[in-house]
Design a protein around this ligand. Structure first.
Ligand SMILES: *Cc1c(COP(=O)(O)O)cnc(C)c1O
Length: 408
């Protein structure tokens, strides 16, 4: 991988016409370590957020030794970079053959479920492989409600009364039990976690035997941009702020005696990756770029996230309109011919932006590489390494991380 000190250096040296990803391994390492430091329990990185080998490798080096996995490809990806890492198979709905592979080939002993038929599938394999049930921990995924950029409880989770039934059944079969929830992604309101903890306490108080572990899932928010025209004043909580609050809530709901696991994804990987795109055309307040919702930017589209950006003007362009100091919102049109390929949030850019310029789009490490498609023939796959953290290089617009917030 070619390495550059800054994104500007990369843009001006390569003058790329295809999107180029800027990977910052030192930022990834720092963000993984900050999470490990702020969270007192066991950290299981959620591989679906970004399962690229280069990412998993750096995370393992940073000290992450447990991974939340959901498919055979994810088992293999983790095993190949971190042969001794623990894996939690937390997909509530699994293929019978995948359960067998997990237990038999990968030695996985922790699984999640939200229905009795899933218990039956697991029991069948456990018996066939002659595994003693007490060696296996089964987490019941609890239904939760709350406000997240993505609401995942619409799809998975057992209601509290159903969870009580499932836990009693699992304990009766001799398995170790746990309660898991996952409140969604980019959860900005800490009350959402508290409601899930309250529900956990209710379930725990009604089961016959106690649980062995609590899994609070992922959903911890990363720092994205804030549109100054729409700022509602409530800043995104930082990891230490959120962890302090969650720790206090576990005490309040009488859950602090349990071993606790978290499955962070986004908050760990968002900042370590950017994409350097080129402006194909500027048409009034619209900017057409060579990436979009079918390549690197679908997460910002569905999650309605405003991404921080940096304009890197093409020095070859001599004439420009407007002032480079005036930052204005531009509607962003993606590379494909599809009419839905328009971002749901603007980019804030200097009004001088024009055809041929580059835009570095920051904090796209979560739900980007894994969601690229080959639609319309566009598939960005070029990577460079960049030493300077995105927000430390000059010219960022639309950013509102706590350390940058003070100024306005
Ligand atoms: C996707 C997922 C995560 C990670 O969510 P983030 O919002 O990226 O932190 C954690 N746990 C489960 C079960 C998931 O499906």
């Amino acid at each position: 991988m070619q390495a550059f000190a800054t994104a500007r250096d990369a843009a001006l040296a390569l003058r790329p016409d295809e999107p180029v990803y800027g990977f910052r391994p030192s930022v990834l390492k720092a963000d993984a370590r900050s999470f490990l430091e702020a969270f007192g329990g066991r950290t299981a990185y959620a591989v679906k957020t970004n399962g690229e080998p280069m990412i998993l490798k750096v995370l393992a080096e940073a000290g992450i030794d447990t991974f939340d996995v959901a498919s055979p490809a994810e088992f293999a990806a983790v095993r190949s970079v971190a042969p001794n890492a623990g894996m939690l198979y937390m997909h509530p709905v699994k293929a019978q053959s995948h359960i067998r592979l997990a237990l038999e080939q990968y030695g996985i002993r922790t699984l999640a479920l939200d229905h009795e038929d899933e218990v039956a599938k697991i029991v069948r394999i456990v018996r066939a492989l002659d595994i003693p049930p007490p060696e296996v921990t089964l987490f019941v995924r609890l239904l939760t409600k709350g406000a997240a950029a993505y609401e995942l409880s619409k799809k998975f989770g057992a209601g509290p009364a159903h969870a009580v039934e499932l836990l009693n059944r699992i304990a009766g079969l001799g398995f170790k039990t746990g309660i898991a929830f996952h409140v969604g992604s980019q959860v900005e309101d800490p009350d959402t976690f508290e409601r899930a903890l309250a529900s956990t306490a209710w379930v725990r108080s009604r089961i016959k035997t106690d649980i062995a572990e609590l899994d609070i899932g992922g959903g911890f928010p990363a720092q994205y941009g804030v549109d100054p025209r729409k700022s509602n004043g409530a800043p995104t909580p930082t990891v230490p702020e959120l962890m302090t609050r969650i720790a206090a809530d576990t005490v309040e709901w009488g859950l602090d005696d349990l071993p606790i696991v978290a499955e962070p994804g986004r908050v760990i990987v968002a900042r370590c990756l950017s994409v350097l795109v080129r402006v194909m055309l500027k048409k009034g307040q619209r900017v057409y770029i060579n990436d979009g919702v079918w390549s690197s930017l679908s997460d910002s589209w569905t999650g309605k996230l405003l991404l921080p950006t940096r304009l890197i003007p093409d020095p070859a362009r001599s004439r420009r309109n407007g002032s480079p100091d005036r930052i204005v919102p531009f509607r962003i049109c993606g590379a494909t011919c599809d009419s839905v390929d328009i971002l749901s949030r603007p980019f804030l850019l200097p009004e001088t932006v024009d055809t041929g310029d580059w835009i570095e789009i920051g904090h796209i490490g979560a739900y980007s590489l894994g969601l690229r498609t080959r639609f319309n023939g566009f598939y960005p796959d070029t990577f460079v390494e960049i030493a300077t953290p995105f927000e430390e290089e000059a010219g960022v617009a639309g950013f509102a991380a706590p350390e940058m917030r003070g100024g306005h």
